[in-house]
Design a protein around this ligand. Structure first.
Ligand SMILES: CC(C)(COP(=O)(O)OP(=O)(O)OC[C@H]1O[C@@H](n2cnc3c(N)ncnc32)[C@H](O)[C@@H]1OP(=O)(O)O)[C@@H](O)C(=O)NCCC(=O)NCCS
Length: 208
């Protein structure tokens, strides 16, 4: 889908706060048949083994704000002007740190923002968390019929390891368990290729 938004905004990633739960919930409801109640998000934000991130549309800076050496935004400018935004959230994801694994619990992009690189940017962030924490793998479950998400995971190098029968309560659909082996040099090389391709296609839309 062509990106027809005026180039007056950028997408920045930051940690989710309680104030973000309100705008995140409709994105989650649009994405999942079995959406969470608000208190589930509240619990997750207090869970020391969980981390939730949001992708936020922020005003693009005037060219004078760009670092002349890197031609990129300084970190402070990636924050929404006037404090954290409660209205510009376009996507989110959450992970659990589980011993030597990072578990991708949830990821969703607002319908009107899908196909613009936000989902892949969030997933790159997830993989980077696993690498930074020196974990051995990223693990996720995906509905067997979710072709769109599976195409992205496969491009990132996730491999199907098994199937959980009737895993989803709403329609008893099976889940495929997919893993990305962070100890594999080939897998990490592929991630860098995905990152480079994402930068080439969508880099101008992202603040960092
Ligand atoms: C999965 C999801 C997070 C992806 O986010 P996104 O921002 O749309 O993804 P991106 O723009 O970064 O990547 C787009 C890629 O999705 C795939 N895609 C896009 N439209 C598609 C379609 N109609 N059918 C199948 N695949 C499609 C392609 O691989 C595409 O890459 P391409 O542009 O090179 O063809 C988003 O679709 C979503 O929120 N879905 C509902 C929730 C969900 O299924 N979450 C995953 C649960 S495991």
């Amino acid at each position: 889908m062509p990106d027809d938004r005026p180039p007056t905004s950028k997408i920045a990633l930051r940690d989710m706060t309680r104030a973000d739960i309100g705008p995140v919930r409709p994105i989650e409801s649009a994405a999942y048949a079995d959406a969470w109640p608000a208190r589930a998000f509240e619990g997750e934000l207090e869970n020391a083994f969980a981390r939730y991130r949001v992708a936020v549309e922020v005003p693009a800076p005037a060219p004078s704000l760009l670092d002349p050496l890197t031609d990129r935004l300084p970190l402070w400018a990636a924050r929404p002007l006037g404090g954290p935004s409660r209205h510009g959230i376009v996507g989110f994801m959450g992970v659990w740190y589980m011993v030597d694994q990072l578990h991708l619990v949830t990821i969703a992009v607002a319908p009107e923002w899908q196909g613009r690189g936000v989902g892949q940017r969030l997933l790159l962030d997830c993989v980077d968390m696993g690498i930074e924490a020196e974990l051995s793998m990223v693990v996720l479950e995906v509905r067997v019929t979710n072709a769109r998400a599976r195409a992205i995971y496969e491009r990132f190098g996730f491999v199907r390891k098994g199937t959980l029968k009737a895993y989803y309560e709403d329609n008893h659909e099976d889940a495929d368990v997919m893993i990305l082996d962070l100890t594999s040099a080939d897998a990490l090389t592929n991630i860098e290729a995905v990152r480079a391709e994402h930068r080439a296609r969508f880099g101008a839309r992202f603040a960092e």
